[in-house]
Design a binder for this molecule. Structure first.
Ligand SMILES: [Zn+2]
Length: 635
């Protein structure tokens, strides 16, 4: 195994940020973009390779159609209409979305076109009911600065978001339509070459520029990052989709660069071997031969009437297990590819005997099919109609790696910071004109008006938050980067509650509850505001806010007032409070007699169990201390 150092690889990175815009309706219809999982409408489509109006087939579309899936769509009338169902042509372009996109392009100093042409981009995974996504290139060029580094912008598009995937099984894929058609901007940077630890900062800065408009959606799924990665030894750019967290970004870049360099080394080995595939001799049905194999995967496949095939590779023993760098192997690449076709079971010669496939099975197999000790082989199981397509794709892929090096894929970032095969990269035939929508004319006047709406920069906004509300810089950054900034300002404007308290409840208390598995989506803005209003009117104690949120976020209550009743959180007045504490002190005079002042600890626990959320901890503490002292004097 070779030692891996990313420094020598000349890694080039390009970011593609997809940010949902905070508009009241969708891009081409009047539906409200709200998340919901209650669906009253259900319909299905067969996934088909759609031929673009320009002719040529898209290779990615062909590849996907080989999987032949049924697509189920789930919808509800609040968040979708006949436009999303592809039963009605798109309406006019949403004005707010248009304006926000132009503001973003202006901040990034991009060259905005005077005429914008809506296009259809072929989508092959079923995430659009129409088979395409509507997109508009609104500008080219532009830049932003991260410290001294200037990051170039390639293009900015305004487009429709895709449907939300609900489930993906072997023959059925399910989507919800609530997200389909939500406006988003797609910003692609020019490729840049920086130290690995700078990548996160560069992505973060772009996200902050977008948030400075205060017109973009926040929270999980509202911003998605794709990253394009290439190394200097090849001219292949690999697109990695779905980087969820900026923390993943660095790892993903490192892994993908390592994988690309590793594939070049695997390619070299394949070339040296002079291997050529022979479809007549190298592929064999071994369903009969393996009928007694003890492997559970093989037996399950036979039970499901599947075929077991072996594919042999002349003189290539060791190739599937060869690991040029840690975690990079041809066997892993092939396993990812077959998983794409919904096939789980694939074994290669370098990992056998294993998984229930015994040495005797292998000896038997080699003898029967004249596979030499120098040959590698793959064993796989799939349905009869699928198995030849899959084997074909495996061979094509290995031949590609041998002859050309790195296959041009679209890949997906994993939770652990690796990348895995998603599908082949779509070809150039992907875009064609959208004839249902006329070109959009941007006038000089409109661009001049936009200049007046250019927001303060992120840095200025943070400084303003600090001075206006007297909160510390860290909290100002946290609240500004969170989805609660508007809510925070709203609460602080309408109450006299200390802004630092409001900000920390919105930033840390809610996050803590989320970490405990509770759902912040259940907590509506009006309930947050209502909770703080109750505090303002002294109807509840500070401590009750978190209890109310906990009650709502756990699904026990739907509103603040309901939570108030359910968790019996209502402030008790001082008189009543004193009575309760006196009572508890009276009942526990033994503890006080024995432990003197130290009785405070155990008694505080008892009191808090009774009074949690009904009075401030500070007040309870004071009264309890006073009562214990009184008691001690009287003993
Ligand atoms: Zn609609």
């Amino acid at each position: 195994m070779e030692k891996f150092s990313i420094k020598d690889l000349g890694v080039k990175i390009g970011l593609e940020i997809h940010q949902q815009l905070a508009t009241n309706k969708k891009l081409f219809c009047n539906c409200t973009p709200t998340e919901s999982d209650e669906y009253t409408i259900k319909f299905q489509r067969k996934l088909r390779a759609s031929k673009s109006e320009l002719g040529e087939f898209d290779p990615a579309a062909l590849f996907e159609s080989a999987k032949s899936k049924t697509i189920m769509y789930y919808a509800n009338p609040q968040s979708s209409c006949l436009v999303e169902q592809d039963e009605e042509p798109p309406h006019e372009l949403d004005n707010d979305a248009r304006k926000i996109a132009l503001i973003i392009a202006s901040i990034l100093k991009a060259n905005i076109f005077d005429e914008i042409y809506p296009m259809r981009k072929t989508v092959i995974d079923g995430s659009n009911t129409t088979g395409f996504q509507r997109t508009m290139l609104i500008s080219q060029g532009g830049f932003y600065k991260v410290g001294e580094t200037k990051i170039g912008i390639q293009s900015i598009c305004l487009e429709e978001d895709a449907a939300k995937i609900l489930d993906d099984e072997e023959s059925v894929r399910k989507y919800g339509l609530e997200r389909l058609g939500v406006p988003l901007v797609e910003i692609a940077t020019e490729p840049f070459e920086v130290e690995l630890d700078q990548v996160k900062k560069i992505a973060l800065s772009l996200g902050r520029i977008l948030r400075s408009t205060k017109k973009v959606r926040r929270g999980l799924g509202s911003i998605r990052q794709d990253v394009n990665i290439s190394i200097k030894e090849s001219d292949v750019v690999i697109e990695v989709k779905g980087v969820q967290q900026l923390e993943q970004l660095e790892k993903v870049v490192e892994y993908e660069a390592k994988r690309q360099q590793g594939l070049l080394l695997i390619s070299k080995k394949l070339k040296e071997s002079n291997w050529m595939y022979n479809d007549k001799f190298d592929k064999n049905d071994i369903t009969e031969l393996f009928s007694k194999c003890k492997s559970k995967i093989i037996q399950n496949a036979i039970k499901q009437n599947q075929k077991i095939f072996v594919v042999s590779f002349k003189n290539l023993i060791g190739i599937f297990g060869y690991s040029p760098y840690d975690g990079i192997r041809l066997g892993k690449e092939i396993a990812e590819l077959v998983r794409f076709f919904g096939i789980g079971g694939i074994f290669h010669s370098d990992e056998l005997p294993n998984y229930g496939v015994e040495n005797s099975d292998i000896i038997y197999l080699k003898k029967d099919l004249k596979i030499d000790d120098d040959d590698a082989f793959l064993i796989l199981a799939a349905s009869e109609e699928k198995i030849h397509t899959v084997i074909n794709q495996i061979i094509l892929r290995i031949e590609y790696i041998k002859n050309k090096g790195i296959p041009i894929d679209t890949r997906l970032a994993t939770q652990t910071g690796e990348t895995k095969f998603l599908r082949p990269r779509p070809g150039a035939a992907r875009m064609y004109p959208e004839t249902d929508i006329p070109p959009i004319i941007i006038t000089k006047k409109e661009l001049e008006d936009i200049q007046k709406d250019i927001p303060k920069s992120w840095d200025e906004s943070i400084k303003e938050l600090q001075t206006k509300y007297k909160i510390n810089p860290q909290l100002a950054e946290q609240i500004f980067d969170s989805k609660y900034i508007e809510l925070f300002e709203n609460i602080v404007e309408r109450t006299t509650i200390n802004p630092t308290f409001v900000a920390s409840v919105l930033c840390s208390s809610i996050t803590n509850l989320e970490r405990n598995g509770l759902d912040s989506n259940l907590l509506k803005n009006e309930d947050v505001v209502r909770s703080f209003e109750l505090l303002e009117d002294k109807k509840i104690a500070k401590e009750s806010i978190e209890m109310i949120f906990e009650n709502i976020m756990s699904g026990k209550s739907k509103t603040t007032d309901e939570a108030l009743k359910n968790a019996s959180i209502e402030a008790v007045d001082k008189e009543e409070l004193e009575k309760i504490i006196e009572n508890i002190v009276e009942k526990n005079h033994e503890i006080i007699r024995n432990q003197k002042e130290r009785a405070m600890g155990p008694l505080m626990g008892i009191v808090m169990r009774e009074l949690r959320g009904k009075a401030s901890g500070e007040m309870i503490n004071k009264l309890l201390l006073k009562n214990i002292k009184n008691k001690l004097e009287s003993i």
